[in-house]
Design a protein around this ligand. Structure first.
Ligand code: AHR
Length: 517
């Protein structure tokens, strides 16, 4: 088709170019796939750099307008994303976090060293009560990550009791003394983080035994039982999912609702020199796409071992850390992981959403790293200023997919986008019936140079057209700055069907999300 289209144009023939679309997408609207759990759009806020302090938390005495210490501008923007879930307090930080440091009068809380992230002072101003204030303001579910690395089973069990106990136990009364009468609602609780690395350099076998021990003591009232998450593997390592699902068998004293998984997209694939957030060559555009698409294979491999050990799919596979990780920006503290965010990041986000939808039967939660000012953030702040990143816009465009029902979809004749000896599929697509009853389509054109045409076959419905939004820009690294906060943002996109046939043109390097009319 690539050869035929220019030929037709050169010959001046009157055949519509869109009638000769490259990519064919067939969607069966009469059959329902799995529900795309809204928590696939979950967020992550760690005590890291300016992710919490300054980024969202400024304290109740700040001149920056805030509610209970949380910035009104940032919280307002996050509410627009309908953030379904927030994971806190880490990451690596979680395995050195002692919850008692973060309760009681703020001026009496101990000051610690944040050994993982820049060695800065951690004054514990944000603790359990503050986190739940934020979650309640956002209307988000809560994911608390427990400390396995440097804590004890007793400390972990007592934190859960403090948060969830209803009666007059000493810990419930302590919570009341600290201002919270009713228990907090803990939706998810993780036993450690990255046990293979910063969480304690463990083997899957050693961690699995510890998981079983700790999980036995994580007791809460029946109506406030968090889903328990075991710390799993990363990149191509399936041994964690394998070992955990083979060894942890549910009983009256043992539950495991999910195994976590982490994978970060590095343009070069190398931790030493990862690649820059902006000003990168096309070589690093395509390598980033290639690296991020590996997520599909990692999920497939982990699902394979989980399907063997847990054929009823009772245990979820939660990708609770993912996103881009670039070289540190000039002049920034290397321990703060602050990076700019461009159109390329938005494309990475959308490609991953499409992958997660495909695996929605097992992937019920993901958490991009991280919500504000850290790695692939939604929002960047500078004192009282705030900008929305292209990734923010991708999340907002995909809101209709939260809790939507995936529709079976088949892609054919997808052109390759090639540069040198690297090639990736140019087009990625997903479709779902949303809670508002409408069918939504989301498409990504990863080719930064050419528009792509897509022909749809939507079995079971009559299509008049589509309308929604497109996110694209002239440059691969288009991004917003505090001087130009709206350099890149979505604009309206619509198309009419011709003779019942829907053909869409996707601009180069673009995300299109539309509702079918
Ligand atoms: O998101 C930053 C860090 O990356 C997290 O703390 C850790 O879990 C991972 O290695």
């Amino acid at each position: 088709m690539r050869v035929i289209k220019p030929l037709i144009a050169a010959l001046g023939l009157s055949i519509s170019v869109t009638a000769l679309a490259d990519t064919q997408v067939s969607i069966d609207t009469t059959h329902a796939g799995p529900v795309i759990n809204k928590n696939i759009y979950g967020q992550f806020a760690e005590h890291l750099g300016r992710g919490i302090y300054e980024g969202i938390w400024v304290g109740p005495k700040s001149k920056i307008p805030n509610t209970k210490g949380w910035r009104n501008d940032v919280v307002g923007a996050l509410k627009e994303l309908q953030v379904p879930l927030v994971r806190w307090p880490g990451g690596c930080f979680a395995d050195e976090y002692h919850w008692r440091d973060g309760i009681g009068p703020r001026d009496k809380r101990p000051v610690k060293v944040n050994t993982n992230w820049g060695g800065v002072e951690e004054d514990n101003a944000v603790g359990t009560h503050e986190f739940f204030d934020l979650a309640e303001m956002l209307g988000a579910e809560t994911y608390v990550n427990g400390n396995l690395g440097t804590g004890t089973a007793q400390e972990m069990a007592e934190w859960l009791e403090y948060m969830t106990a209803e009666g007059k136990s000493t810990l419930a009364e302590l919570r009341r003394k600290n201002g919270r009468d009713k228990p907090f609602r803990v939706h998810y609780f993780a036993v450690g983080n990255e046990a293979w690395g910063c969480g304690g350099n463990m083997t899957p076998e050693y961690y699995t035994n510890l998981y079983k021990q700790y999980a036995a003591f994580l007791k809460t009232p029946e109506n406030n039982r968090p889903k328990l998450i075991a710390s799993g593997g990363h990149t191509e390592d399936t041994s964690w999912a394998e070992h955990l699902t083979a060894s942890v068998k549910p009983s009256y004293s043992l539950r495991m609702d999910a195994v976590s998984f982490h994978y970060y997209t590095l343009p070069t694939g190398e931790w030493g020199v990862k690649g820059a957030a902006t000003g990168f060559p096309e070589k690093e555009w395509i390598s980033t796409i290639k690296q991020t698409l590996r997520m599909d294979g990692f999920i497939i491999a982990n699902k394979k071992v989980m399907d063997k050990n847990d054929p009823e799919k009772k245990v979820g596979f939660y990708v609770d850390e993912w996103g881009t990780w670039f070289d540190v920006e000039k002049g920034e503290n290397p321990g703060f992981l602050y990076q700019q965010n461009s159109l390329r990041d938005a494309i990475v986000a959308a490609l991953n959403f499409n992958i997660f939808h495909k695996h929605a039967d097992r992937v019920h939660m993901t958490n991009i790293a991280q919500m504000v000012n850290v790695l692939q953030a939604m929002i960047l702040t500078d004192k009282d200023k705030m900008i929305l990143t292209p990734t923010y816009h991708a999340y907002k465009m995909y809101v209709p997919f939260q809790d939507a029902t995936a529709l079976p979809l088949e892609l054919k004749d997808v052109p390759e986008y090639k540069l040198g000896d690297v090639s990736v599929p140019a087009v990625s697509a997903t479709a779902a019936r949303a809670k508002d009853g409408k069918i939504y389509l989301a498409l990504v054109n990863a080719n930064p140079n050419n528009a792509e045409t897509v022909a749809f076959n939507l079995a079971g419905i009559k299509v008049n057209g589509v309308s929604g939004q497109v996110l694209t820009a002239a440059k691969m690294d288009a991004h917003n700055t505090f001087a130009a906060p709206e350099a890149i943002k979505p604009v309206a996109y619509s198309a009419k069907a011709e003779n019942g046939k829907l053909n869409l043109t996707l601009p180069a390097k673009a995300i299109v999300v539309v509702a079918v009319e």
